[in-house]
Design a protein around this ligand. Structure first.
Ligand SMILES: Cc1cc2nc3c(=O)[nH]c(=O)nc-3n(C[C@H](O)[C@H](O)[C@H](O)COP(=O)(O)OP(=O)(O)OC[C@H]3O[C@@H](n4cnc5c(N)ncnc54)[C@H](O)[C@@H]3O)c2cc1C
Length: 388
């Protein structure tokens, strides 16, 4: 995605955001909406072209959770903010982010799958969550394109989906209108710290002076260090890239209406007839290659869900790098270094978690108010290290 602004000499900002994925862009907009007039967002490549672009756009905490823990609360609250978030972005930019509220089906295809969905049904109904258990016939009546041999399904009406690429377009436009400075092609090389507080960032195009810095660099977040003259340590926030590959079919007329999961894969129908199938979970470093074995695994899981996919043309495939912290949990909130704020490690759920991340991180910065919802995800849970 394009961006024309450049960095000036002796640049300053109220807040510098490192990273222009869904997380950095959502935080920038939330800060500007709260009245901050001098927000600067820097991205080493193009805005919105990394993990956030590669994602499936599923907003599905119930289809993914095994228990109602703190993460589930955060994710569900973020999902439930999406209708207002989508309406606000439409109002601000005219871009429809295609929030699709048809809901999600979770299929059981084996005996083990049946046990798994029964467990999920039990804990979620005991927790008072909205879901339905369907027989195979009921599920196929709602979604005739799914496999004839399914054994049953769960239906999650509140687990929905968004067109994440349109979301990125809308966020960029909203930030531009709000006067946020978005600068691509500029890598932050280190964070400068003096007397226990942030004083700015070193970039490939010079120094930017700022007392508040947000690390939203996705899978690259822990490549950042404190600058050599800082004499200060950064928290030991280790983020690793976890590659996910994706295949895109096209179906005219549409083959499926719901987002559909099995325990092994998922398919996501888009409004324009595209059908995404995912994914893989690979520890392969920073390479975004699509591989034969990745595609093979995705295809076999997708065709298990809907054998009719086998006759559709494949129009695209890609991979993205999910940002994963050591404990799989996002890293959110102020560090002990004054002015340094983390918003990274969103792993499989960065699109889902974007609205609540934007809101709570902006409130932590503008009002100095850290929500109790963030305490489990604080960077304080990691030790301090010198240079990462
Ligand atoms: C195949 C796949 C499917 C997925 N499906 C879903 C889904 O259905 N639902 C969901 O909620 N999530 C999903 N995810 C996860 C989601 O995509 C991520 O959690 C989310 O995109 C993370 O957003 P981010 O802004 O942190 O990272 P990114 O989008 O990767 O953005 C980080 C940005 O920071 C920039 N950057 C990094 N370091 C620096 C630096 N030093 N200086 C300047 N810029 C820097 C990068 O260039 C990049 O643009 C999926 C991911 C993949 C790969």
């Amino acid at each position: 995605m394009t961006m024309s602004q450049t960095l000036k000499a002796n640049e300053t900002a109220d807040v510098v955001i490192i990273g222009g994925g869904v997380i950095g862009l959502t935080i920038a907009r939330a800060l500007a909406l709260r009245g901050l007039s001098d927000v600067l967002l820097l991205d080493r490549s193009s805005l919105g072209t990394e993990s956030s672009y590669a994602a499936g756009g599923m907003l599905a905490p119930q289809a993914e959770a095994d228990r109602a823990d703190d993460f589930f609360q955060l994710a569900s609250q973020s999902r439930d903010r999406y209708p207002i978030f989508a309406a606000a972005l439409l109002d601000e930019t005219g871009t429809d982010i295609e929030l699709d509220t048809t809901g999600t089906l979770y299929l059981a295809l084996t005996e083990k799958d049946e046990e798994e969905i029964e467990q999920r049904f039990q804990w979620q109904s005991q927790a008072g969550l909205t879901l339905e258990k369907l027989t195979a016939t009921e599920a196929r009546r709602r979604e005739p394109g799914i496999a004839a041999n399914i054994r049953g399904a769960l239906y999650f009406p509140l687990d929905i989906q968004v067109e994440n690429r349109r979301l990125l377009t809308a966020l960029i436009a909203a930030n531009e209108q709000l006067g946020v400075r978005l600068i691509a092609g500029t890598s932050v090389t280190s964070v400068k710290i003096q007397q226990g507080g942030v004083t700015g960032v070193e970039t490939t195009r010079g120094f930017v002076s700022s007392r508040r810095v947000v690390i939203a660099g996705g899978a690259w977040s822990s490549l950042l260090a404190a600058s050599e003259d800082s004499h200060q340590r950064l928290p030991r926030v280790r983020i690793e890239p976890v590659r996910g590959q994706m295949i895109c079919f096209t179906a005219q007329p549409p083959l499926l209406r719901h987002v559909i999961y099995s325990p092994r894969g998922y398919v996501v129908p888009r409004r324009d007839g595209r059908l995404l199938a995912g994914s893989t979970t690979e520890h392969a470093g920073f390479t975004r290659q699509v591989t034969a074995s990745g595609l093979h695994a995705i295809l076999s899981h997708a065709l298990e869900i809907a054998p009719a996919l086998g006759a559709l043309p494949i129009v695209d495939s890609w991979a993205g790098l999910r940002p994963r912290a050591e404990d799989d949990m996002p890293v959110l909130g102020p560090a002990e270094i004054t002015g340094l704020v983390y918003a990274t490690g969103h792993y499989r759920n960065g699109i889902l978690l974007a609205p609540i991340t934007g809101e709570l991180i902006a409130e932590a910065i503008v009002n100095n108010a850290v929500s109790p919802l963030l305490s489990r995800f604080s960077p304080h849970r990691f030790d301090l290290v010198d240079v990462v």
